[in-house]
Design a protein around this ligand. Structure first.
Ligand code: HEM
Length: 486
């Protein structure tokens, strides 16, 4: 291994800092005359001045510190944090999916044309006239839906292991921004095929903005790039989708990863039952974590390739502004909000509830306690038992409330004013949740963080049920139907 003077110093210093499994004194460096063969020298001059396949901890440390991608990671990390069930690799999976989206998206930009008369035809060309076109489009489509799911799971994992407390609180805020940006990208991409499904989904979603008091009309105009969905909307969505959001994503993701490093890695889980290790045991990043990450990346890539090849991406008839499908639904990840619109006054459904939810989500780390233990799933046994009750309550009460409201609105179809569809139901739900959380707190002797966790689990399950109702149980006129009757 040939090293220059500065590198030799860093290398020796690094080696002397590696207690675990490392030799106590560095091995003698090969004499300058023992130069490797030319191809290896070229490779080493470009990429890596160490061994390609490191076999000792000393070499692994060197490779980790001296390669472009690996040097972003620590040389060693607490063994407990790399247990698969601690993070399920969800943050890394998000990065893999974003990379796949970037590659497949750039490929499609070579053929796609962002104009109403041409967009649908160019997608047909990608599907029928471009080598591997359907596969590339299918992989892009499935990666984007999977990314939304994986990100929600990642945020849930961080939340349920208490990974959002100090010193990670601002990284939680960055994460929430990333989630919003990814949703914005999924949403803007939805319009690009310019078929009936996408045209009307975007019409419905941007139409919801019109309910915002005072500024609704301006917001709607801004989102559409004009009064109606047309050429200006398409070019606006295309630019946001292919330039603005990706640029923001790169900047925010870099910041996100940097914050994870600065916080000393992910939150450390407690030792396994029966083990007491005050100072968590450490393992080398390479190969322990790297191998897991590479394996996971391969599994995810295989999954989206199989889905893309076997199922592909849907494409309906070209957009027809004169004929709306019935029901006209928003993209699936916004159907929870569309479902709220069925039950509440529009201002409550589109402004009050989402705004309150977003503010609560952003401020979550700042109104919970940093002093309570974190790192274990559901924080503790008590937290886990209370969360199970909350999941059960959400799964039973939300569909019951949907069905009950459907019956009530059939009996009194006109009762949709501020009082009957806003203040009264909101107050009733708020009071019910308050009593429920107090009862659970007393029953399980919950701490502050465990009580907040229980409340968030209840709200998240309720919203997931509403989304499922919107996807599978709403038929013509948004009436309730069984999935097989849609
Ligand atoms: C583009 C989207 C995102 C990417 C690529 C990403 C990636 C990652 C990675 C690789 C980690 C470390 C390993 C892991 O936890 O799996 C991490 C940790 C973290 N992420 Fe994300 N993330 C994203 C979005 C989010 C979102 C939506 C949230 C929250 C709403 C979030 C909050 C956090 C926090 C607080 C940590 C530190 C957790 C801890 O220490 O346990 N991230 N993220």
């Amino acid at each position: 291994m040939l090293l220059r003077r500065g590198q030799r110093f860093r290398y020796n210093r690094l080696v002397s800092r590696q207690p675990q499994g490392a030799a106590t004194s560095p091995p003698p460096l090969p004499p300058p005359s023992a130069r490797p063969p030319l191809p290896r020298r070229i490779w080493q001059s470009m990429i890596l001045r160490g061994p390609v396949v490191p076999t000792t901890d000393r070499d692994r440390a060197f490779v980790t510190e001296h390669t472009l991608l690996l040097h972003l990671r620590p040389v060693k990390l607490p063994a407990r944090t790399i247990r698969f069930t601690h993070t399920f690799g969800l943050g890394g999976s998000s990065l893999v999916l974003i990379t796949i989206l970037a590659v497949t998206g750039i490929l499609m930009m070579l053929a796609y044309q962002p104009a109403p008369g041409l967009a649908h035809d160019s997608i047909v060309t990608i599907e029928n006239g471009v080598l591997f076109g359907p596969l590339v489009r299918g992989v892009h489509y499935w990666s984007s839906s999977l990314l939304v799911v994986v990100l929600v799971l990642h945020a849930s994992r961080v939340f349920l292991t208490g990974g959002y407390h100090g010193p990670r609180e601002f990284n939680w805020v960055v994460g929430v921004s990333l989630l919003v940006i990814v949703l914005a990208n999924a949403f803007t991409g939805y319009l690009l095929p310019w078929d009936q499904l996408s045209y009307w989904a975007i019409t419905i979603s941007t139409g919801m903005l019109g309910y915002v008091p005072w500024i609704g009309a301006s917001l709607q105009r801004m989102a559409r790039g004009g009064a109606d969905i047309g050429a200006d909307t398409l070019i606006l969505f295309y630019t946001v989708h292919t330039s603005i959001v990706p640029a923001l994503l790169v900047v925010l993701m870099a910041f996100h990863f940097w914050r994870v490093r600065k916080a000393g890695g992910v939150v450390v889980p407690p030792p396994l039952p029966g083990r007491v290790d005050a100072e968590p045991e450490k393992v080398m990043f390479l190969p322990h974590l790297l191998m897991r990450e590479v394996s996971l990346a391969l599994v995810i890539t295989a999954a989206v390739v199989v889905l893309g090849a076997a199922v592909g991406a849907p494409l309906g008839a070209p957009a027809n502004p004169g004929m709306s499908p019935n029901p006209a639904k928003a993209p699936w990840y916004f159907l929870g909000f569309q479902e709220l619109l069925v039950h509440f006054h529009p201002v409550v459904a589109i402004v009050v509830i989402p705004l309150a939810g977003a503010i609560a989500l952003v401020l979550l780390p700042y109104f919970t306690s940093d002093d309570e233990p974190a790192g274990a799933w559901f924080l503790s046994d008590r937290g886990w038992r209370a969360a199970r009750v909350a999941v059960l309550a959400g799964l039973v009460l939300t569909p019951a409330a949907v069905v009950a409201h459907e019956a009530v609105s059939r009996a009194w179809p006109g009762a949709t004013n501020w009082l009957t569809a806003g203040v009264v139901p909101l107050a009733a739900i708020g009071a019910g949740v308050f009593v429920f959380l107090r009862a659970l707190r007393a029953r399980f002797a919950l701490t502050k963080n465990e009580t907040v966790q229980t409340g968030v689990v209840l709200a998240a399950v309720a919203f997931a049920v509403l989304t499922a109702v919107g996807i599978w149980f709403r038929g013509p006129g948004m009436s309730l139907v069984w999935p097989w009757q849609r």
